[in-house]
Design a protein. Structure first.
Length: 141
């Protein structure tokens, strides 16, 4: 989850209901990696040297012979390294995250997982951003 204007404690608190739920149902869920909440300057998000120094577990540097400086990938995406994507679908979810629609969303996600690999990414939103919606518009001259 990307966020702005939140400190680490507030960002961690946003995930508390989910982490408590998973902990309370530990027989039903397997945690593959612990929750990582990191506050860092957004301009350093793709800075290999910075990440190697401060968040060593989040990236994997290519150590093969002939690898060039800058050849790295997000450790969580190791299974995708060298993958060929036949197709990619994206869906904007706000309408399905409304209180009256969440059960429909959960049912749809579960049904999709019965047919193919399904991933839900939170990293394209921006938690802590203002509620108002802004659209990019050309400025009149």
């Amino acid at each position: 989850m990307l966020f702005q204007d939140l400190d680490e404690a507030t960002a961690r608190e946003a995930w508390r209901p989910l982490t408590e739920f998973v902990a309370a149902h530990s027989n039903d869920y397997q945690v593959e990696a612990p929750l990582l909440v990191a506050t860092l300057p957004a301009q350093r998000l793709w800075d290999e040297a910075f990440l190697c120094e401060h968040l060593t577990s989040v990236l994997t540097v290519d150590s093969r012979p002939g690898a060039r400086p800058g050849d790295w990938w997000w450790t969580g995406n190791t299974f995708e390294a060298g993958a060929f994507w036949h197709g990619y679908h994206s869906l904007w979810l706000p309408s399905l995250l409304r209180p009256g629609e969440r059960a429909r969303f959960a049912d749809a996600w579960f049904a999709a997982s019965r047919r193919w690999s399904t991933t839900l990414h939170f990293n394209k939103g921006l938690a802590g951003a203002p509620r108002r919606r802004s659209r990019l518009r050309a400025r009149p001259r």
